[in-house]
Design a protein. Structure first.
Length: 226
C-alpha cells in the first residue's frame, strides 16, 4: 500500500486545521505565516491567564443573625458629610475621599494632609454592638466615631497608641468590636482591649475619619441590644 502524505496546512479547509494537526505536519508542509499563527495561539492559551490583571474579589460576607449592615459594599448609601450632602447611590463621596467597591469602603489619602469625616445618616441611641474589619496602609491614621467620640483606628504598631497589641496583623484585615452599654463603650481589636470604658453621649451616628494614608473598612454591621 502506498503511504499517503498529509495535506499541507496551506491547502486545508477552514474546518480541517487545528494546532495539533499542524504540529504533526511535516516541517516543509507548514508555511511561515501558519507557524506564526500557531505560536500566537499557544501563547494566548498558556500565557494570557498569567498576564491578565486579577481584580479584587467582591466580599460576599453575610452578617450574623441580628446584625444589620451599615455599608452595602457597592455604594455609599446611608452615608453623608452633612444632612444636605448624602451619598445615596454614589460610589464616591463628593470630594472622592471615600469610595465603595467590591465590599470595601476605602478612605483615600489626600495631599496636603487634610482631615475629613463621613457619617451614617442614622443615629443610634440604644445600646448596640458594632463589628467591622479594617486594613491599614503602613503608618495610616484614621478613626471610628462612636456617637461622635473617636476610637483611634490606625496602623497601631507603627502609629500607636496601642503599640502593645500582640494579635494585630500589619497591612492585613483586623476586626474591631465595640459593645455599647449605658453610655460606655468597650472596644477591642482581634479580642484585645483597646478601650475598657470609653464614655459616649446619649445618641449619635457612626463615622470614619480620613487623616493620613489609606485605610480600608469592610463588613460594617451593627446589632441593637434589647
Amino acid at each position: 500500500m502506498r503511504a499517503t502524505r498529509s495535506k499541507p496546512c496551506s491547502q486545508a479547509g477552514p474546518t480541517e486545521i487545528s494546532a495539533r494537526q499542524c504540529l504533526n505536519c511535516a516541517p516543509e508542509a507548514i508555511e511561515p505565516n501558519t507557524v506564526k499563527s500557531i505560536l500566537f495561539l499557544l501563547a494566548t492559551v498558556f500565557l494570557m491567564p498569567a498576564l491578565t490583571p486579577v481584580g479584587r474579589a467582591a466580599d460576599r460576607f453575610t452578617p450574623e443573625p441580628g446584625f444589620l449592615s451599615l455599608f452595602n459594599g457597592q455604594d455609599l448609601t446611608g452615608w453623608c458629610y452633612l444632612p444636605g450632602d448624602k451619598f445615596d447611590g454614589k460610589q464616591e463621596s463628593s470630594d472622592a475621599r471615600y469610595s465603595a467597591k467590591d465590599g470595601v469602603l476605602t478612605v483615600h489619602p489626600k495631599t496636603p494632609r487634610q482631615l475629613s469625616k463621613i457619617w451614617t445618616t442614622q443615629e443610634f441611641p440604644k445600646d448596640f454592638v458594632l463589628r467591622l474589619e479594617f486594613r491599614a496602609e503602613v503608618n495610616a491614621d484614621s478613626g471610628i466615631f462612636l456617637r461622635k467620640p473617636q476610637l483611634q483606628c490606625r496602623d497601631y504598631l507603627v502609629t500607636g497608641p496601642y503599640k502593645q497589641l500582640q494579635k494585630y496583623r500589619p497591612q492585613d484585615w483586623n476586626e474591631i468590636e465595640v459593645v455599647v452599654k449605658d453610655g460606655v463603650a468597650r472596644c477591642t481589636c482581634n479580642g484585645e482591649v483597646l478601650e475598657e470604658a470609653l464614655k459616649l453621649p446619649p445618641t449619635g451616628p457612626i463615622g470614619f475619619e480620613g487623616d493620613r494614608g489609606q485605610m480600608e473598612y469592610r463588613r460594617i454591621r451593627l446589632k441593637v441590644l434589647p
